[in-house]
Design a binder for this molecule. Structure first.
Ligand SMILES: N[C@@H](CCC(=O)N[C@@H](CS)C(=O)NCC(=O)O)C(=O)O
Length: 210
């Protein structure tokens, strides 16, 4: 078994995606803290690991790998015999499509604006920028409705088995479901609401996403 180090911090949705997968696999790893709020992720030392200063970075026996999609597919292949992906090409493409929608269209409005403004800013004594939240609702809703149209309506996003697509969306829902905008954003996504009722109760979600 390789020596695995995840560089990141426990609150990050992308770090949680990787850690959810590792928890489901039952793999041992070390979590090395890199704080994104105190400039640590932009330090010269960390930028040698990840030139864009994002988390997570995975270290495998000293070799560095960044980008959550690359990390999760690597771990799934070498540690789980692709148990969290799909052999059927279209279903595998749907999984990658959901990951792409989250990266390109959901993360920025949902986490970068709605969650930061509704949860993080007030937790630090600030006042949320309601205009920013208001403007983020339409793109976040559109992204979730796109995922809804792909989701199969089974137990997990793409069937009866959990996949990397679920590990991408779960950490976002952990935060988004605590915001006042959640009801509006998910008003037209009944499959995702039902999915979330079950996904939020998974033991590893309770362990990793706290
Ligand atoms: N494309 C990257 C995105 C990672 C990402 O955006 N991580 C966030 C934390 S959830 C981050 O590092 N934010 C710090 C920043 O943007 O300075 C991936 O797939 O890993």
């Amino acid at each position: 078994m390789s020596n695995l180090v995840v560089h990141g911090f426990t609150g990050s949705t992308y770090v949680r995606t990787v850690r959810l997968l590792l928890a489901e696999i039952g793999a041992e790893y070390t979590l090395h803290s890199v704080n994104i709020f105190n400039g640590e992720s932009q330090s010269p030392e960390y930028l040698k690991k990840h030139p864009f200063g994002k988390i997570p970075t995975l270290e495998v026996d000293g070799e560095l790998l960044y980008e959550t999609g690359a990390i999760t597919e690597y771990l799934d292949t070498v540690l789980a015999d692709r148990q969290f992906s799909f052999a059927e090409p279209m279903r595998q493409a749907r999984m990658r499509q959901i990951m792409g929608i989250i990266d390109s269209y959901l993360y920025a409005p949902a986490i970068g604006t709605i969650v930061i403004q509704s949860l993080i800013v007030p937790s630090q004594g600030g006042k949320p920028d309601e205009d920013k939240v208001h403007q983020a609702i339409a793109p976040a809703t559109k992204a979730l409705e796109a995922i809804e149209s792909i989701a199969t309506g089974d137990v997990y996003l793409l069937g009866d088995t959990i996949s990397i697509a679920d590990f991408y969306l779960i950490p976002i829902f952990v935060y988004l479901s605590q915001t006042p905008a959640f009801e509006t954003i998910t008003a037209q996504t009944p499959k995702l609401r039902t999915w979330w009722e079950k996904a939020s109760q998974l033991p590893n979600v309770q362990k990793v996403c706290v």
